[in-house]
Design a protein around this ligand. Structure first.
Ligand code: BGC
Length: 266
């Protein structure tokens, strides 16, 4: 993170999930929420129009200055602001320009990022990966399985490693926390599946560090010690707020990049 004194110390982060849309202003010096967050249930069906209205409603519940950058996470491939997949959300999102839709609906500059990438950014800037060079691989275990890959602190976006196929279906279908719940797996049974998955990731990427996020990471003592890997595998620190914090951090750096690019063109 640059030490430029003119950088805003705050940004607004919003985390769009399958069941809730959460947001709060983020104190980017401390890497934590500046006030309590607000959560609004995700409208069903979660179409682009309905979700955009909810995002606008959430922002209007805070006195957000028109100048504050806003970062939004979305659980799909986000390429240059456009959704390119929809594994656990309404299929009508595919090919939606999420950034333009939300910018137009909210009247703010909105930057959009994959949810796991946002959680990874939060961990690299403020949490378990802070200062770690080399290859860091963050995975989130929740309804789906998300991934965020960093090389010397730089994000390689949209890795989607939860969708690596195993016997014709995504690993996600059997190793997500939702699969553990659905199938009533005990920690050992679940860890056996995780072992196969993380050993494969290790073969592919030889990471220096694995970070595991998602709500279940607060119960890490039950399953992380059961995994045998060469790299250390540790729980995320930003937990529930990772998406909000990472999205806000991203919004600040993207805003800066956009302004620099605009200044160059003048
Ligand atoms: C999606 C990813 C997302 C992950 C976690 C997966 O099904 O494809 O984009 O990061 O779930 O929400």
């Amino acid at each position: 993170m640059s030490k430029d004194a003119k950088e805003p110390k705050e940004a607004f982060g919003i985390d769009i999930g399958g069941s809730g849309i959460k947001g709060a202003p983020v104190d980017l010096a401390a890497g934590e929420l500046a006030t309590d967050r607000l959560r609004i249930p995700t409208p069903q069906p979660s179409t682009p129009d309905a979700v955009a209205d909810t995002v606008a409603e959430l922002i209007s519940a805070f006195s957000v200055s028109s100048d504050l950058p806003i970062g939004v996470t979305f659980p799909a491939i986000i390429q240059h602001g456009v959704a390119k997949s929809a594994a656990n959300v309404d299929k009508s999102w595919i090919d939606t320009d999420v950034a333009s839709l939300l910018t137009e609906r909210t009247g703010h500059d909105v930057f959009v990022v994959n949810d796991a990438d946002a959680a990874g950014i939060a961990e690299m800037e403020f949490g378990a990966g802070k200062g770690t060079k080399g290859v860091v691989l963050m995975t989130t275990l929740g309804t789906g399985v998300g991934s965020a890959l960093f090389v010397d602190g730089k994000l390689v976006p949209n890795t989607e490693l939860g969708h690596i196929p195993r016997a014709g279906v995504s690993f996600e279908a059997t190793i997500a926390d939702s699969a553990r719940d659905r199938e009533g797996l005990d920690w050992e049974q679940w860890a056996e599946r995780l072992q196969e998955y993380y050993a494969l990731l290790e073969l592919l990427f030889s990471p220096d560090l694995f970070i595991v996020g998602g709500g279940v990471s607060k119960k890490h003592k039950h399953f992380l010690p059961l995994l045998e890997l060469n790299a250390p595998i540790i729980p995320a620190q930003t937990r529930n707020d990772a998406g909000i914090i990472g999205a806000a951090a991203l919004a600040r750096s993207e805003r800066k990049r956009a302004r620099k690019a605009a200044a160059k063109q003048k």
